[in-house]
Design a protein around this ligand. Sequence first.
Ligand code: NAD
Length: 470
Amino acid sequence: MNEPLTFRQSVDHMVQHTMSVLDLDSGLRDVIRSCNSVIQVRFPVKLRGKIHTFKGWRATHSTHRLPVKGGIRYVPYADQDEVEALAALMSYKCALVDVPFGGSKGALQIDPSQYDRDEMEMITRRFATELIRKGYMNPATNVPAPDMGTGQREMAWMAGTYKHLFPDDINHQACVTGKPVHHGGIRGRVEATGRGVQYALQEFFRHPRDVADTGMSGGLEGKTVVIQGLGNVGYHAAKFLSEEDGVKVIAVIEREGVLLNPAGIPIQHLRDHMVEHKTIRSFPDANFEEDGRKALELECDILIPAAMEAQIDEENCDRIQAKMIVEAANGPVTFGADQKLQQRGVVILPDVYVNAGGVTVSYFEWIRNISHIRFGRMQRRHDEQRANQYATLLQEITGAHLSDAARDAVIRGADEIDLVRSGLDDTMRLAYQEMHNTLHGNEQIHDLRTAAYVIAIDKIARSYHDVGIY
Ligand code: NAD
């Protein structure tokens, strides 16, 4: 049997497959596919009286737009191959959803559960110092964000480290995104990727022709969902989809096993339980089973892998029974499995689209940081005043009476979270519509992943054509 492809090879194969549809110069193909640069850093930190050495990476895939953008993950198994694959996905993702950034990604080889808060702060600040000094973290050229194992806390430490080194950089806050709101973050960033998964599915279900390809019909209401990973992305996606769209989450797969309940698992209750007890085993409202991987094969409408890469591979893909797979994680389906699933007609909403909500709202945060003003601050009251005048005018012309509650609802100006959600929803809708049109407008394209890559690579190629290569 052939050696399984690495994550980077898997992404590369998917891109090569797409290149065969596009009429591109072979030199340009190579420029677009390859990672521009990658650094590996090793740095010592003295902890508990002993010196520990840590290893990390940051890869820059494409600089056709600056800054380059992409998360930093803290996982024990991190390696350069994975970081390069993820950096490439970031370039395609940004291009697909019209976020004017290049692609980058970073990782630190660490198990965060082994260190306390102060130790994590020391390690993170030291890692950030390495990245900053080597030009891999800067508001104008390379802007990290959270990913697996990192969140607002780590981003605040990184931003603080940059500010300490460059206090006279007026745009210092824009050196990372995903910061806490009171430290230059934006409302809605924490939930953004999960919210984007919800908007992606809502848009998909507005296209009956595409829904019919899955063998399903109707809307999201009542659809059964199996989700893998109840971290940042999985939790928010599962919560919004079940609480707002009426889907039934019948299984939640985590590291230690799977929780099953055909009547639906209350997601907020489960998350509270996980935070309090640090385990899913004792959760009272579902049955626990040890074999989490097996649960990917459960019969359901929608399977949402939201944990990590290569979860659906050539070993288990033939047993997957879901009608559609929604890739909330990066690279959860390997190239080989993707080919086989396509042949079986399983519809896959690809990662470069589905989880683009994170980078989209990061883009909004970066704009907020470099413009030094909260969205809506200038116009909100003005909008309310005008809406109030319209409401009064309407009452005078029609003689109808508006209740106070109705008037308040009509005149309320948008605040930052409303604008962020509206911008994200618009982004996810437009990107899907472009994918839909590309899929149905080109006989050589048979799946949404190829459609997404065709759009992304075409935009990157056009950018190189317009500006030239130098
Ligand atoms: P996270 O660390 O917050 O959550 C990951 C969850 O998956 C954890 O609960 C973990 O216990 C679980 N998990 C890990 N390995 C598992 C396994 N083998 N089986 C079952 N469960 C497992 O990470 P996250 O930020 O939610 O990221 C998840 C995925 O989404 C990653 O692929 C990441 O690259 C991608 N992503 C994240 C963001 C973001 O904004 N955080 C944006 C885009 C893409």
